[in-house]
Ligand binder design. Structure first.
Ligand SMILES: [Fe+2]
Length: 438
């Protein structure tokens, strides 16, 4: 999935950086914090730390390290996430029941595998290393994916604690929203999908053509202030705004606000990674499901962009390079969406990378001509291509090295624990007005 040039020293340096960053993220968390699973979608911190280690042990060491033996036989079972071809695995919703190995012992596991991977990379001959490089690089990106999940998951864990614990960071001072502007895009026959020598996941390929009608995109994300208007206008109670599955979910789960909002004495408060604070009107709304994003767009008389529209608009705006976007990604350590701020460097779209993953109107399906790689690694993405929607752009918990123009994140329609927000679109293929379609 990459033709990047790596040699043994650069691979080892990158390996050490990625592995150390996971430990830095876990460092503020006690062993007790690291053990809790607050709902089935959430995994305990120590499970993330162990599972990314299992990934290197399974896909890099096994079959390549002379005399390979697993660090611990049963870890094979415990820390396999979803790879059927590797073997049976422990039940995902029960990960929080596993008190042993503890956080300290997971550290020993990590240290052992780290040493063995370094040793392997240093001793493989050039040809063998070249064959293994793509898998090692996939391991880097896999671990960065879990670094983001670790933060999303601990946010949910800490949200269940009435002591309102702080993970890190400080709240942004209260801000009013900037007016929402619109960026016109001509459309036409455009190319979508990854190109070039850099890394991509298999699901970003093949690059292919799409036809786009003229459209426009909002120049910033939807704010909390706009979401409060939607709520005040009965947004969660009006079935005409919702997909059928969406309103059923609203009613079944009693949704009346984004996931982490609670009303206290008539004031809406929001749980964040830096504690519980009044909802800040000028910041992007986060932790809304696809259903909510879609209902909001309907209420606003707009729609969600398709993933092709999103990608093409970002390229047309000169923002294809995510690594130098200056977006609110995890390296800034805000760990929360920020205000849109003024447009910079002549770009018109704001908040493209970082802040919140942006729901699109596109179902997560294979691109034309997509074929997952052979073997267990083929299970990484392809088998999830049903019943999920694509999100673009990254969020405030995403590593900058992990944000990418063509990155296709995906979650089920009702998911709210990921840091997900909304950018509106308009024009292009218009919605039929009520009454036009029987
Ligand atoms: Fe994983």
């Amino acid at each position: 999935m990459s033709t990047s040039t790596w040699d043994a020293p650069s691979l080892t340096t990158r390996f050490d950086e990625v592995r150390a960053h996971t430990e830095r993220l876990a460092a503020p968390l006690s062993p007790e914090d690291q053990t809790v699973q607050s709902m089935p979608d959430v995994s305990p911190t120590k499970w993330h730390r162990a599972h990314v280690t299992w990934f290197f042990e399974t896909f890099v060491l096994d079959g390549n390290e002379p005399g390979f033996r697993p660090f611990q036989d049963r870890y094979w079972f415990l820390f396999n996430s979803y790879y059927e071809s590797v073997g049976p695995r422990y039940s995902r919703p029960d990960r929080g029941l596993v008190t042993r190995p503890g956080a300290h012992d997971v550290g020993l596991y990590r240290g052992n595998v780290d040493e063995r991977v370094r040793e392997l990379v240093a001793t493989l001959d050039e040809g063998a290393l070249e064959k293994l490089t793509a898998t090692i690089e996939l391991g880097f990106h896999h671990e960065q994916q879990h670094q983001e999940l670790l933060l999303m998951d601990i946010k949910h864990v800490l949200s269940r604690n009435p002591l309102e614990p702080v993970y890190a960071g400080r709240p942004h001072e209260p801000v009013e929203p900037d007016p929402m502007g619109w960026v016109e895009v001509e459309g036409g026959l455009v190319e979508v999908g990854h190109e070039g020598a850099g890394f991509s996941f298999d699901n970003e390929l093949p690059r292919h053509r799409q036809w786009l009608e003229p459209y426009r995109l909002a120049d910033r994300l939807v704010t909390n202030a706009e979401w409060l208007e939607f709520m005040a206008d009965g947004g969660y109670e009006r079935p005409e705004l919702w997909l059928s599955d969406g309103i059923a979910r609203v009613r079944a789960e009693g949704w009346r606000s984004p996931l982490y909002w609670v009303e206290h004495d008539g004031v809406w408060l929001e749980h964040t990674l830096h504690g519980t604070w009044p909802v800040n009107p000028g910041l992007p709304v986060g932790h809304v499901s696809f259903y909510e994003a879609e209902a909001f767009a309907t209420w606003a008389g707009k729609r969600l962009p398709t993933e092709g529209e999103w990608e093409h608009a970002v390229v047309a705006d000169g923002q294809a390079d995510a690594a130098h976007s200056g977006g609110n990604l995890a390296d800034l350590e805000h760990y929360h969406p920020g205000p849109a701020g003024p447009a910079c460097d002549g770009h018109r779209l704001r908040q493209v990378y970082g802040d919140c993953w942006e729901w699109t109107a596109s179902a997560y399906h294979p691109y034309p001509g997509f074929h997952p790689p052979a073997g267990a690694i083929g299970e990484y993405n392809g088998k999830f291509m049903s019943n999920q929607m694509v999100l673009r752009g990254g969020c405030a918990l995403t590593s900058p090295a992990h944000a990418r123009l063509t990155y296709r994140n995906f979650f089920p329609h009702g998911s709210r624990w990921a840091l997900t927000g909304v950018r509106l679109a308009d024009g292009g293929a218009p919605r039929p007005t009520p009454g036009e379609v029987a």
